[in-house]
Unconditional design. Structure first.
Length: 425
């Protein structure tokens, strides 16, 4: 540790409050400031803010702090539009102008790719970074998980009645809400009606689960909404969506891409202009990308671990008459492992598309991809940190061609990345 850092650490031990200027946002949405060279991470800060903060955590190489007072707001700071923003943990960036959020998130994601994971800088220098894609910053979200709980003292509404809420910021407690403006209009209407249930609230609460998944099929106020598990007064079962000429069904239990205004551009970007004979898709869900790959490859094998999603994926192939595609229900890490009886990723594939959950690709899956060496690899990622780690391995044999960022969760710190790679010859 440098002498300057040691000094800063020692000085910080005796200080609770500091005045800081926020430089930029980092992955996860916190603002970054430096105090005597020591990085200090400050949630709910905006670049250019001058803030008085209270130190909440001291570590050898960094500190964390909470804003006590915004002394001078940075040029991108605004009043958060949602009245629940201060307490609710769902959004992290409402205090920043809509038009600035995606640029800040994309810059933080690029920096993550540069600093974590050991990707060869020459790879990033040679990679084409597309213009980040954003759309509709409010009323976009097609899916939500809400918590159902009794109101207690301090919550809006009458004590003891049933309310609907999200996790409180940095806590397992709930914030009960009567609106959520990032939800698609039809979903938000359901949240409003769930938050003011008629009749005997005690009886209502016994009929409701503590957690409810809600999904809608579109951005219109009258788009159908379904719930899981089923509850009185709300439909359950299938939703259907038209996507570039294919019909996709799913229900509220399944993963489905969240931003109703970005479905087509995300699909087009991931599938790209490429084509060939054989493609494999790992972590396929209900077949969102499978239906796109189907038009370009002679055969597509889609692997999905969750049984409900795999069932929908099969039905989606059937109803779109995509007989040259098939779905395998299996954990990807078993499917790629021949020693454990999985078929394994064969060599000679034209294309593999992966869209793993936040944890990224297990080591075994990265090794299988390197061994199989498909001509093209597409990596759709919801976490730039695990993407950086995985690309650090994969770029040993694959060249990074392009990276596109999509703002699938405006008002939050999340960002979706599509990376296109080609086998190095
Ligand atoms: C980020 S979602 C992507 C789904 C799909 N590509 C889409 O765009 O709708 C990840 C999917 O991987 C599935 N999954 C998670 N872990 C898995 C595993 N170990 N093996 C197979 N599938 C898994 C989940 O059920 C989910 O459907």
């Amino acid at each position: 540790m440098s002498a300057e850092r040691l000094e800063a650490l020692a000085a910080l031990a005796g200080i609770n409050r500091l005045e800081l200027t926020i430089e930029k946002l980092v992955l996860g949405g916190d603002g970054l400031a430096r105090w005597r060279g020591m990085p200090v991470f400050v949630p709910r800060a905006a670049p250019g803010d001058v803030v008085e903060v209270r130190i909440t955590e001291r570590r050898p190489s960094y500190a964390r702090a909470e804003i006590e007072e915004v002394k001078t707001p940075g040029p991108l700071r605004r009043e958060a539009p949602c009245p629940f923003y201060e307490r609710c943990g769902g959004c992290q960036l409402q205090h920043i102008e809509d038009a600035a959020q995606l640029g800040l998130k994309a810059a933080a994601a690029r920096e993550t790719l540069r600093r974590l994971g050991g990707i060869d800088p020459a790879q990033l220098a040679g990679c084409r970074f597309e213009e980040p894609v954003g759309e509709r910053a409010w009323g976009y979200r097609l899916r939500a998980q809400v918590h159902i709980a009794r109101r207690s003292e301090g919550d809006a509404g009458s004590e003891g009645s049933v309310g609907v809420g999200f996790r409180r910021r940095r806590s397992h407690d709930l914030v009960l809400v009567d609106r959520c403006p990032v939800l698609a209009p039809a979903l938000e209407k359901e949240v409003r009606s769930l938050s003011s249930l008629p009749g005997d609230p005690a009886a209502a609460s016994t009929k409701l689960p503590s957690r409810l998944s809600l999904a809608t099929a579109g951005l219109e106020p009258d788009s159908p909404v379904v719930a899981a598990p089923p509850v009185d007064g709300l439909p359950s079962g299938d939703l259907e969506i038209d996507l570039l000429g294919r019909k996709l069904s799913y229900d509220a239990r399944c993963f489905f891409q969240a931003h109703g205004g970005l479905l087509e551009s995300l699909l087009r970007s991931a599938v790209g202009p490429f084509e060939g004979d054989a493609a494999v898709e790992l972590y396929a869900g209900v077949g969102f990308f499978t239906a796109g790959l189907a038009g370009r490859y002679g055969s597509v094998t889609a692997v999905e671990g969750e049984s409900v999603a795999a069932r929908y994926a099969r039905n989606n192939l059937r109803r779109n008459r995509l007989g040259h595609c098939r779905v395998e229900r299996s954990a990807v890490e078993s499917w790629v492992d021949r020693r454990r009886g999985g078929p394994g990723l064969e060599s000679g594939l034209d294309r593999v598309l992966v869209d793993p959950p936040r944890g990224g690709l297990p080591r075994k899956v990265r090794s299988a991809l390197l061994n199989a060496a498909p001509n093209r690899l597409t990596y759709v990622s919801c976490d730039p940190a695990t993407l950086a780690r995985d690309l650090g391995d994969l770029t040993r044999d694959f060249d990074l061609e392009s990276i596109s960022f999509f703002d699938v969760f405006p008002q939050t710190a999340h960002i979706e990345t599509v990376a296109q790679l080609r086998l190095r010859r």
